[in-house]
Write a protein that binds this ligand. Structure first.
Ligand code: MSP
Length: 518
């Protein structure tokens, strides 16, 4: 299982970058949990995409040596992922030597197979997006004769140069066949339709310029056997997925299970990348997962507007688990999400503190745990609501698996919250505090506590891909370890006996509550 995030441009990290990583991380953690295998079978790779004109110019403007700038920014992304508790197994930098060698070897293979040829190419180029654009993708800029990208608003430059061209147009039919075959390799549906539209648009599949003259671009991988050219940054960057897999060495892990990307880079991943792989006769990734964007006050985040949400700052304010919870519950593959601290706090208060944390505090309250109590479920004391709760819990893992496996984390989390609400209602109705004084009611009391604790155990495990730190702390409070959890732990267990487990009774609230009025 090889899950890969898109790798990150050398730029200031923002909340959208962290979101890509959270999605891939949650999927990877879920794979590990359901596969029950050691980490060498489940890999999560991320990293930094360090070449290209954009980086070269940024270094010139900053007055820093380009390598130093890349080292600094790459380090910042690593620090971000560490702070966000991303369980990556591989962090690639496209300036790594093994990667550079693989890109050059792939170049030679494409060349030898006849897919590359030199020709003069002219068109509008967007440096921030590192791409040529079609006329239909451009609009007039403010200055006379200037052009900007319709999608990103970035200013374009006219470029007329001799380049190597990749024969992209040869791949239309094969791409269409791949994209439309079930199980669909591109999710969600709108992303697949976008790609089909692009493939059938006039000019959408023109041959692709895959080199830049060395005179313009020095910060990149050199074209083998031609001192005048540098490899186009997207061809270089996309190959990172193969590099990470260990390709072409024996035992490599290619093909990848999932590539997780944002919607702005679909063209590169769903058209260019599969075409390169087809040209190389290499298998395609099983699935490309396209997510939507995060906006601020419904508008695109941009430095010039000053509305960029700083992920370091947000992690510091809310902690990793609450930020992960909010982005994964509210974010969706299908539509953009709007970032609000107040919404985050509201959700964390309602779901984590008042529902999950509340059940934990109630079930582990000191006064409900007299020493002689047996903590196991006696079906005679369940009553109708207890039985209904148990039925829901027995179905829960399957529902969550269906949601998480298709990156519908929000729906998965909601189904867990629904069970936690039911469990809180069950607890309230059975009034366990009234059962403490009477020893004849202790089997009933033990049942209420055991049902609640088994609910907490199962929900903690199911939420562990989303809020890993809190989940393991809750399991500890229940007297369990979060270490060797496997697929067998995903079942609701009627017969579990918590008696004698090192349960932490009377602990402080697991989730603090914050008020945000903004
Ligand atoms: N370097 C390229 C990817 C090369 S992969 C072979 C790149 N980098 S990026 O830094 O611009 O973006 C990294 C990831 O963050 C992409 O998946 C991108 O779609 C995602 N996001 C960028 N802005 C975003 C939001 N505002 N919201 C959510 N995700 C966003 O593209």
């Amino acid at each position: 299982m090889l899950t890969q995030t898109s790798i990150f441009m050398i730029t200031d990290p923002h909340i959208g970058h962290l979101y890509t990583a959270f999605l891939a991380d949650a999927a990877h953690r879920w794979q590990k949990l359901t596969m029950g295998t050691s980490t060498d079978k489940a890999i999560l790779s991320t990293g930094t995409d360090e070449h290209g004109l954009k980086v070269q110019r940024a270094a010139t403007e900053s007055g820093m040596p380009t390598q130093s700038l890349c080292d600094l920014v790459s380090q910042r992304f690593r620090a971000l992922f560490d702070a966000g508790n991303i369980d990556y197994t591989h962090f690639i930098r496209t300036t790594d030597e093994t990667h550079e060698r693989l890109v050059q070897s792939i170049w030679l293979q494409l060349h030898d197979k006849g897919y590359l040829c030199k020709s003069t190419y002219e068109g509008w180029y967007s440096v921030p997006d590192e791409t040529f654009l079609l006329d239909s993708q451009l609009t007039d800029g403010d200055e006379p004769g200037s052009k900007v990208s319709k999608e990103t608003g970035h200013k374009c430059e006219w470029s007329l140069e001799e380049n190597y061209m990749f024969k992209l147009s040869l791949f239309r039919e094969r791409l269409l066949k791949w994209i439309t075959k079930k199980p669909y390799p591109i999710i969600p549906d709108y992303a697949r339709h976008f790609v089909i539209g692009y493939l059938t648009e006039e000019g959408g599949l023109n041959d692709l310029s895959v080199s830049r003259p060395l005179s313009r671009l020095q910060w990149g991988i050199r074209v083998p056997n031609d001192e005048e050219h540098t490899v186009y940054v997207w061809l270089d960057a996309l190959v990172n997925y193969l590099t990470v897999s260990g390709y072409p060495n024996p035992g490599h892990l290619w093909p990848a299970t999932d590539h997780v990307i944002g919607k702005d880079i679909m063209k590169f991943h769903c058209i260019y990348w599969p075409s390169f792989l087809m040209a190389l006769d290499v298998e395609l990734p099983s699935r490309i997962v396209v997510h939507s964007h995060w906006t601020m006050d419904k508008s695109k985040m941009s430095k010039s507007k000053g509305n960029v949400v700083d992920p370091f700052d947000r992690l510091e304010t809310h902690g990793a688990d609450k930020l992960r919870y909010f982005l994964l519950k509210e974010g969706s593959l299908h539509h953009d999400g709007d970032y609000h601290d107040s919404r985050l706090a509201q959700l964390a208060n309602a779901d984590l503190a008042d529902t999950f944390g509340n059940l934990l505090s109630r079930a582990t309250a000191t006064k409900l745990h007299p020493p002689e109590i047996k903590l196991c479920i006696d079906p005679n004391h369940l009553m109708k609501d207890g039985k209904e709760l148990l039925e829901s819990l027995q179905r829960l893992s399957t529902t969550v698996n269906n949601c998480y496996s298709s990156y519908e984390f929000g729906r998965g989390i909601s189904s867990i919250m629904e069970c936690l609400h039911m469990a809180n209602r069950f607890f309230g109705r059975h009034k366990p505090w009234t059962l403490v004084p009477n020893p004849d009611s202790h089997a009933h009391l033990g049942t209420v506590l055991a049902v609640s604790m088994e609910t907490l155990r199962l929900c903690s495990i199911l939420l562990s891909p989303i809020i890993p730190d809190s989940s393991s702390k809750i399991l500890q409070r229940l007297g369990m370890s979060s270490e060797s959890i496997g697929p067998e732990d995903l079942k609701f267990c009627m017969d579990r006996d918590f008696t004698g487990a090192p349960i932490v009774v009377g602990g402080s609230p697991m989730f603090s509550k914050k008020v945000y009025d903004k």
